[in-house]
Design a protein around this ligand. Structure first.
Ligand code: AMP
Length: 271
């Protein structure tokens, strides 16, 4: 496993390879990241993982400040997996040296879910993903379905403009079915318990939704119920079509999306 900490060594090391799988991360490596790495290792000759906490996608300074990081531990886990050929740990300037201001705009129809509640977040994600793709030139990029809207927007942008394929990977969960996330490290025991209950409620809601005539009304009621029972702030609880992310009136080809806060920690999930 070779560590690449600047663009010169990256370009030199990657030059001989033309079947490259790329797993972008912000570190805090967990089994969710490792599942993406496994898939890349199976489908591509070489796998490169990036660790870069991209400041431009944080719409709150406090969120960026508290974002967990431990490069030493990450490298140990990645090495132990024996599935990673390169780890790219760029500095801010390696990515943003080309100071051209990003022209990325989120379309009005895409300003839904997290794009509506986290202003500027996806502009930052799409900017950094474009820059990483230009630098690394991967054949395939592996992304988690836990961040479904991110996968959807990145796929739409990058597959239109670059020769790369975005490969979705299933959400990995802990023993209580909570979707693994680096931000889970910020939760205490009682908050983890509530997060597990939210998952259970989501799967019950998804099951019951089938026989409901007025889905938005039913979800509005369930959102209120969750909010009152567990004292959580909920940004959205919506059923959307997984191909175009439009609001859905049936469970066919649809996913139930949630974003909520446990104190200051914002969690998302979809089933
Ligand atoms: P992050 O480090 O949180 O930015 O995530 C890096 C990549 O890992 C993204 O494509 C995420 O969607 C993916 N990922 C994060 N958590 C999970 C999970 N629990 N299961 C599958 N993929 C995940």
């Amino acid at each position: 496993m070779k560590i690449l900490s600047d663009n010169t060594s990256l370009l030199k090391s990657l030059r001989p390879f033309n079947d490259l799988g790329f797993v972008p991360t912000m570190g805090g490596i967990h089994k969710g990241h490792l599942s993406l790495i496994n898939k890349s290792n199976k489908l591509c000759k070489k796998t490169i993982v990036s660790i870069f906490i991209n400041p431009k996608q944080f719409n709150k300074k406090t969120d960026l400040k508290s974002y967990p990081q431990n490069i030493k531990k990450d490298l140990k886990i990645l090495k132990k997996s024996k599935k990673v050929d390169f780890v790219y740990i760029p500095k801010f300037n390696d990515i943003y040296k080309d100071r051209k201001k990003s022209k990325i705009k989120i379309l009005k129809e895409d300003k839904i879910l997290c794009a509506k509640f986290r202003k500027g977040h996806f502009e930052g994600v799409l900017d950094v993903m474009t820059r990483l793709t230009k630098i690394i030139k991967p054949n395939k990029i592996f992304m988690g379905e836990k961040d479904f809207q991110q996968f959807y927007l990145v796929k739409k942008l990058l597959e239109t403009n670059y020769v790369t394929k975005i490969i979705p990977c299933k959400t990995i969960r802990d023993k209580n079915n909570l979707a693994l996330s680096t931000r889970n490290l910020l939760l205490d025991k009682s908050q983890l318990k509530i997060a597990a209950i939210v998952y259970k409620s989501m799967s019950r809601i998804k099951k019951n939704i089938k026989n409901k005539k007025n889905i938005p009304h039913f979800l509005k009621f369930k959102k209120k119920e969750l909010k009152n029972n567990y004292k959580i702030k909920i940004d959205y609880l919506e059923l959307r079509n997984k191909k175009n992310l439009k609001l859905s009136k049936t469970t066919n080809n649809s996913r139930l999306f949630i974003a909520y806060y446990l104190n200051e920690v914002r969690l998302i999930d979809n089933l």
